[in-house]
Design a protein around this ligand. Structure first.
Ligand code: HEM
Length: 484
C-alpha cells in the first residue's frame, strides 16, 4: 500500500517488515470496536507496558484481561465517580491556594509558573486517594518519594532512544513473552528507570494493601482497592484477586492515571493562555455554576454541574482532539483479516481498493493523532484549535469510533481507557478552580513549546531548551473575585 495521505500507509519497521498505519475511521472502528480480542497488543508494546506499569490491567492479556476488567469496571461507575468529584474539587482548589501563598503572597504578579511541575503532583495525590485512600501528600511536599519516582518517567526513559535500543526492541517480536520479561534487568537507562520506580510503587503499594487487609471496620466510601478486595470475598473464584495482582493494579493505575491527565491539562491551559476570550467564556460558566450552588445551598459541584458547562467541555474536547497524549498504539493481527475502509485508496499497483487484506501477524499502528485530524470527520480546519466545532454542529455525526466525543484520545473497544470519565471530570474540576482564581497568558519571552514524543506520551518541551526537561511555563495572574 503506498498511498495514504491521512487514510492509511505502510512504512518499514527495522529489518524491513511493514507496519500498516491507519487513520481511516472505518478501519479503526473495525479494529478497536468490532474485532474484540482479534487484534492484541504486540510483544513490544506489551513488554514496555509491563516494564512501566507492572502486570496490571494495561499489560494483561486474553482471559486475564477480561477478568481484571470485570473486577475493575465497577470502580469507574457513575456512583463511584460522584465521590471522586469532591476529591478533584478539593485537590484542584488546594493547587490554587498553594499558588497564592507561594507566588502571590507579596504581590499580585504576574508570575511565570512551570505548571507541568505542579499538575502531576496534584493528579498523583488524587490517584493515591481514589485508588487506595492513601494521602501521598506530594502537593504538601510531605512524601515526594513516589512523585520523584514517577516525575517525567516517560521522558527520562523513552525520549530519543539509542539506535541500538530501537533495533533491540524490533527483535522482541521473535521472543516469547516469558523470555522477554528478563529485559527488565538490563542495566541501561530505560530499564533501570522503569525498574526503579515500579519497585518503589510495589513496596509502598504492598504496605498499603497489608494495612487495608488488616482493617476490620468497613469504610463508608470505598476506594478502587477496596472494590478489588471485595471481589476476593466473592464466591466466584474467577473474580479472585491475589495480593501481588492488587499491587500491580495499583502501580498500573498510578501510572496510567496521573501523568496522562496532568499532561492533557498542560495543553488545555496552554491553548487557553493564547486565547483570553475563551477564558472569559469559561469564567462566565463558572459564575453560573457558583450561583447554582448558592441557590441550592451547596458548596460541592456534581458531575451534572461540570458536564453542563458547554464551552468548558468543548475546550476540553477540542484540546484532547488536537493533543492526544497517547498519540498512537500498536496491535498485531491474530488471524488473516480484511480491513474495510471508509473511502477507496490507491494500492501500490495503482488499483482502487475498498479493503486491505492482511495476514496473521501483521503489525498495525492505530494513529490516534492522525484520526483526530481527519478532515472528513472534523472539517477542513482539522489542524487548528477551534472548540466551536463541538458547539455549532455535530462534527461526529458520520462516524462512531472513539470513546469520548468520538475522539480516539482514550482509544476504544475492549482495551479503551477505563478511566476516561474520571480523567474528564478531574480536568473539568481543575479548570473551574484554576480559571476562577487566575488568568493565564503566554510568558512574554514567547518560548516556543514543542510537543515531543517520549515513548507513547506527547510531552511539552521548550525549543532549544530540551536540557531543561519537560516544561510548560505559563504566565499566571491572580484574579480578585468574591469566591477568591
Ligand atoms: C487524559 C487522561 C488519559 C488519557 C489520554 C488516557 C488514554 C488512554 C489510552 C489511549 C488507553 C489505551 C492504550 C492502548 O491500548 O495502547 C488507555 C488505557 C488505560 N487507561 Fe487511560 N487515559 C487517561 C487517564 C486515565 C485515568 C485517569 C485512569 C485511571 C484512573 C486510566 C487508566 C487506564 C487503564 C487501566 C487502561 C488500560 C485499559 C485496558 O487495557 O483494559 N487512564 N488510556
Amino acid at each position: 500500500m503506498e498511498q495514504g495521505v491521512w487514510k492509511c500507509m505502510a512504512y518499514q519497521d527495522c529489518f524491513g517488515s511493514d507496519i500498516l498505519m491507519l487513520t481511516d475511521p472505518k478501519a479503526l472502528q473495525h479494529i478497536c470496536q468490532k474485532s474484540g480480542y482479534e487484534y492484541p497488543k504486540d510483544n513490544r508494546l506489551n513488554e514496555i507496558t509491563r516494564l512501566s506499569a507492572g502486570d496490571g490491567l494495561v499489560a494483561a492479556i486474553g482471559h486475564a484481561h477480561i477478568r481484571q476488567r470485570n473486577v475493575m469496571t465497577p470502580s469507574f461507575s457513575t456512583t463511584r465517580l460522584r465521590d471522586y468529584v469532591s476529591l478533584f474539587q478539593r485537590t484542584a482548589s488546594k493547587v490554587a491556594d498553594k499558588w497564592k501563598t507561594e507566588f502571590f503572597a507579596e504581590s499580585d504578579g504576574p508570575v511565570t509558573i512551570p505548571v507541568n511541575h505542579w499538575l502531576p503532583r496534584a493528579t498523583l495525590d488524587i490517584i493515591g486517594e481514589a485508588v487506595c485512600s492513601y494521602s501521598f501528600g506530594t502537593l504538601d511536599n510531605e512524601n515526594t518519594e513516589l512523585a520523584d519516582a514517577y516525575a517525567n518517567i516517560f521522558a527520562d526513559s523513552l525520549l530519543i532512544p539509542s539506535r541500538i535500543d530501537v533495533l533491540f526492541k524490533a527483535t522482541w517480536k521473535y521472543f516469547p513473552m516469558r523470555l522477554l520479561h528478563f529485559v527488565e534487568y538490563l542495566p541501561t537507562r530505560e530499564y533501570r528507570r522503569f525498574r526503579g520506580s515500579l519497585k518503589i510503587m510495589k513496596r509502598i503499594g504492598g504496605q498499603i494493601i497489608d494495612e487495608k487487609i488488616k482493617e476490620d471496620t468497613p469504610r463508608k466510601r470505598k476506594d478502587i482497592v477496596d472494590v478489588m478486595i471485595d471481589a476476593n470475598t466473592s464466591f466466584n473464584p474467577k473474580q479472585q484477586v491475589s495480593r501481588d495482582e492488587l499491587t500491580d493494579q495499583m502501580a498500573t493505575l498510578m501510572l496510567a492515571g496521573h501523568e496522562t491527565t496532568a499532561t492533557s491539562l498542560n495543553y488545555i491551559l496552554w491553548e487557553l493562555a493564547k486565547r483570553p476570550e475563551y477564558q472569559a467564556k469559561i469564567r462566565e460558566e463558572i459564575d453560573t455554576l457558583r450561583n447554582n450552588l448558592t441557590r441550592r445551598g451547596e458548596s460541592e459541584y456534581t458531575i451534572e454541574d461540570l458536564e453542563s458547562m458547554k464551552y468548558t467541555v468543548a475546550v476540553v474536547k477540542e484540546t484532547m482532539r488536537l493533543h492526544p497524549i497517547l498519540y498512537h498504539t500498536t496491535r498485531e493481527a491474530a488471524r488473516d483479516d480484511i480491513i474495510p475502509l471508509s473511502e477507496p485508496i490507491k494500492s501500490r499497483t495503482g488499483e482502487l481498493i475498498k479493503n486491505i487484506s492482511i495476514s496473521k501477524g501483521q503489525l498495525v499502528l492505530l494513529s490516534f493523532w492522525g484520526y483526530n485530524r481527519v478532515p472528513a470527520v472534523w472539517g477542513e480546519d482539522a489542524d487548528t484549535w477551534n472548540p466551536k466545532r463541538f458547539l455549532d454542529s455535530d462534527v461526529t455525526r458520520n462516524t462512531n469510533v472513539g470513546l469520548y466525543a468520538n475522539l480516539l484520545t482514550f482509544s476504544a473497544g475492549v482495551r479503551g481507557c477505563i478511566g476516561w470519565r474520571f480523567a474528564v471530570l478531574e480536568i473539568l474540576s481543575f479548570l473551574v478552580e484554576l480559571l476562577e482564581h487566575f488568568k493565564f497568558n503566554i510568558p512574554p519571552e514567547k518560548l516556543e513549546i514543542m510537543r515531543v514524543p517520549a515513548g507513547a506520551i506527547m510531552t511539552p518541551f521548550i525549543r532549544d531548551n530540551m536540557h531543561l526537561g519537560p516544561m510548560m511555563p505559563l504566565q499566571v495572574i491572580p484574579i480578585q473575585n468574591e469566591y477568591a
